[in-house]
Design a binder for this molecule. Structure first.
Ligand code: F6P
Length: 345
């Protein structure tokens, strides 16, 4: 079979592991031929691709990023779906394996509904895709951010300062919650639970006075309760309640410093969380997902994605990933609250 592969959306440690497993299994077990489309959906839209053989993928398992490049090009419109189908037919490509998040898999759904054979592989460091227990890249991001918070705790303690660390997660707080737990941070602020800061200010002041560290982990999409916004900062918020100026870490730090009277610093981890080598866990997960994707395609499946369900890799309809986001249940934050030294109001 002649198969096209592409990676779309934000990059993510582990993308190359999926590519390697698909190509290696496809070539050696099924005699497939692979084409790597460049930069997400831009590749099939503009017929920009490279051949992918065993030698091209032999060394890429530990490599971060994606050897195919990525973009957020949207291919879900009827006109673009038709153009991609025409391009695939012209180049003799019989099936696609798109690797990506909600948007990439949304376009894959539209293509599959229009008759293109598609098996998707879900990815995002945010871990907020439904239909799968976990997305690859998440454990790597949590590992990187946990190491950062471990380091920040010692400098927080030495300087008797509060440190506010912003991690990724615009719509879901999985990274923030797991990092705060793993690094024993003082608190986790997540988008699913609008926060107040008065109680937290008291607790971080007590921690600092007791010569303990006070690191607050905040997801980039966390939002303050409306009453917590009022006050001297007059922070601007957008229509979703996201603080605009200076980002959410800047807002939290400014308010905590004012309320607690304790020196406060911010660290925005940003794309550091998405870069570099995947953890061993993600290398194994991506290898399993890649093997399952090519197997599903040869079993005649289409319009599905491979997913981790419990200990098994299964296939689920593509729509399962793109319908609703998997957010942190608020009761989980409450369940872990005792482990954080500084609860929110
Ligand atoms: O892919 C997910 C993600 O890393 C989010 O956590 C973050 O909000 C977004 O991508 C950042 O996107 P970009 O790299 O385009 O700035």
């Amino acid at each position: 079979m002649r198969i096209g592969l592409l990676t779309g959306g934000g990059d993510c440690p582990g993308l190359n592991g999926v590519i390697r497993a698909v190509v290696t299994e496809g070539v050696t077990r099924y005699g497939d031929e692979f084409v790597g489309f460049l930069d997400g959906w831009r590749g099939p839209l503009e017929l920009d691709s490279v051949p992918l053989g065993l030698d091209d993928v032999a060394e890429i398992l530990p490599l971060g990023g994606t050897i195919l490049g990525t973009s957020r090009t949207n291919a879900g419109t009827p006109e673009r779906v038709a153009r991609i189908q025409a391009n695939l037919a012209a180049s003799g490509i019989e099936a696609l394996i798109p690797i990506g998040g909600e948007d990439t898999l949304g376009a894959a759904t539209a293509l599959a509904q229009a008759g293109t054979r598609c098996v998707g592989v879900p990815k995002t460091i945010d871990n907020d895709l439904s239909g799968t227990d976990l997305t690859f890249g998440f454990t790597t991001a949590v590992e990187i951010a946990t190491e950062a918070v471990d380091r920040l705790r010692t400098t927080s303690r030495s300087h008797h300062r509060v440190l506010v660390v912003e991690v990724m997660g615009r719509h879901a707080g999985w990274i923030a919650l797991h990092v705060a737990l793993a690094a024993s941070a003082a608190a986790a602020l997540i988008p699913e639970a609008p926060f107040g800061l008065e109680q937290m200010a008291e607790r971080v002041r007590d921690l600092v006075r007791a010569r303990r560290d006070a690191v607050v982990v905040v997801a980039e999409g966390a939002v303050p309760r409306s009453d917590a916004i009022a006050g001297e900062t007059g922070a601007a918020v957008d229509e979703f309640g996201h603080v605009k100026v200076g980002g959410i870490a800047g807002f939290v730090a400014q308010r905590l410093e004012a309320l607690a009277g304790v020196e406060t610093r911010t660290v925005v981890l940003g794309h550091v969380q998405r870069g570099g080598v995947p953890t061993a866990f993600d290398r194994i997960l991506t290898s399993r997902l890649g093997l399952a994707a090519i197997t599903a395609l040869h079993a005649g499946q289409s319009g599905v994605m491979v997913a981790l369900r419990g200990e098994r890799i299964e296939t689920v309809p593509l729509e399962a990933a793109t319908g609703t986001l998997k957010t942190v249940p608020p009761e989980l934050l409450r369940r872990y609250a005792a482990l954080f030294a500084a609860a929110t109001d």
